[in-house]
Design a protein. Structure first.
Ligand code: ZN
Ligand code: ZN
Length: 484
């Protein structure tokens, strides 16, 4: 089996996303591989987004053969298929025209999904006319030789010589490209996709719902691949929208939309795989960067304990196994010593310290381990989550001096913003004023992460109370053994 991953880096740059210099509008219409990287860390826009996804997929044990559409088209790999499509452009238009009338809108569930759909290439061809008259629906479009944009109008095509004449609306360039020899353009999307199915002999390909409604790319492609390219369409699974939630502070590089790489900063790779593996592809879900992360880790750890017991194997543990390992990559990294994420993140919060300090602290509260490495890859994620995804006002400020006696402060109570707490107490002394967290106590009776509920008045906050209950709320004067 081969897993082909096709990068559509020869597609046009369609719009400037939020957060990017508006001057990039200059590049609209150019191939993504020809648009400069606004962050100046890669050779092109396309590479800037390919690199982190490639790394994230590798981290999740996903092996693939990459195919760059820029390289394929520029090298003339598809020339024979392109010429074939052009020769059969009447059949193509007949099919496209038939499906145009059957077009159904995708039902949109929420704003994120609407934005994603608006960004989809699924129906791009409907708006774009390639020329006028008989050339209005020409299946191939060159990028302008002078300005590099696809804002061209096909004005003539000679079937014998394969010379294609065009004018550019952006720069007024008028030119001729020879389709057989010059490789300056690409097939329009709805023809491009089925062409590649036949070129690569694709057996299976999943796609977003935007590609699967009547009249959209897959339904059209399915007919085109048969009638034009003499090949059968691949088996197809439509997957639902994957959104995100709990993002209050993001340093994502474009438009604030989290990427797989962002998710891997806070989720162990098997957990991110599990979010997909435990659901049907048609089931929409969110990846939550907020307080849900803590609950998700708890659920995952509980499932891990269940999976370790051969008598309890079921569909859930099967999903766990699929998430944990792949046939080629083997078992993906998980911590040698499993400390609940809520413990690690709480300790990371109150110590605001180094990995070594956190390691020492969780060691004191009952999670014995030989080195910091035993806590990875979870420790780094707990630290990243606290630093990058939990808003500053929800984090703990550790005071250098004790709170004045009598003024019992908490972040929710006094509103002073100077709450101080400390999580660990000596294993033997369970304070009567606080109780160990239920999670910690189950796995380690001596652990004493204090989970006293924040006193009284909860402010009107975006933050659900669930995180409060995972964090300690004692004042430093009440707690022995605070290292500060
Ligand atoms: Zn870059
Ligand atoms: Zn031009």
């Amino acid at each position: 089996m081969r897993h082909l991953h096709s990068w559509d880096d020869f597609d046009r740059f369609r719009k400037v996303p939020a957060g990017v210099d508006p001057a990039w509008a200059e590049h609209i219409g150019r191939p993504l591989s020809a648009v400069p990287d606004p962050w100046e860390c890669h050779d092109s826009w396309a590479e800037h987004f390919k690199a982190p996804l490639r790394a994230a997929l590798a981290e999740m044990g996903i092996e693939m053969e990459e195919v760059s559409q820029t390289e394929q088209y520029r090298a003339g790999a598809y020339t024979e298929q392109v010429l074939h499509a052009i020769r059969h452009r009447d059949v193509i238009e007949e099919v496209l025209a038939k499906h145009r009338t059957k077009k159904a809108d995708t039902v949109v569930e929420n704003e994120q999904e609407a934005a994603a759909l608006a960004d989809s290439v699924a129906d791009e061809d409907e708006e774009a006319q390639t020329g006028t008259g008989s050339l209005a629906r020409f299946p191939y479009k060159p990028y302008c030789r002078q300005c590099g944009r696809d804002t061209v109008e096909v004005t003539a095509y000679d079937d014998d010589s394969t010379d294609l004449s065009y004018t550019c609306a952006s720069c007024d360039f008028t030119g001729v490209t020879n389709v057989a020899t010059q490789h300056e353009g690409k097939l329009v999307w709805k023809v491009d996709w089925p062409m590649r199915w036949s070129f690569e002999g694709v057996d299976f390909e999943p796609g977003g719902l935007d590609h699967s409604t009547p009249g959209s790319s897959y339904t059209v492609g399915k007919e085109l691949v048969k009638r034009v390219f003499d090949f059968r369409a691949p088996s197809y699974v439509a997957y639902a929208f994957v959104g995100f939630a709990g993002v209050q502070k993001m340093s994502s590089s474009a438009g604030g939309v989290p990427t797989a790489a962002d998710a891997l900063k806070i989720l162990e790779a098997p957990i991110l795989r599990w979010l997909y593996a435990r659901r049907q592809p048609k089931q929409a879900f969110n990846i939550d960067f907020g307080v849900e992360v803590v609950r998700l880790y708890d659920e995952w750890d509980a499932l891990g304990r269940k999976a370790a017991d051969p008598d309890r194997h079921d569909a859930q543990t099967l999903a766990f196994e699929r998430a944990s390992a792949t046939a080629t990559a083997g078992t993906l990294p998980t911590p040698a010593v499993v400390v609940p994420f809520r413990v690690l993140s709480s300790v990371a919060d109150v110590t605001a310290g180094s990995a070594e300090l956190i390691s020492r602290t969780v060691g004191h509260v009952g999670y014995e381990h030989a080195s910091v490495d035993d806590l990875e890859p979870r420790l780094t994620r707990a630290m990243s989550w606290m630093a990058d995804f939990v808003p500053a006002e929800d984090r703990t400020t550790v005071r250098t001096a004790p709170t004045p006696s009598g003024s019992r402060r908490s972040r929710n109570g006094s509103g002073s913003g100077s709450a101080c707490c400390w999580t660990a107490c000596p294993p033997s002394s369970t304070s009567s004023r606080s109780r160990p967290s239920s999670t910690a106590s189950r796995s380690s009776p001596t652990a004493c992460l204090w989970t006293q509920t924040p006193p009284t008045r909860s402010r009107p906050t975006r933050r659900p109370s669930s995180r409060c209950s995972t964090t300690c709320w004692s004042t430093p004067t009440a707690v022995p053994g605070c290292p500060r």
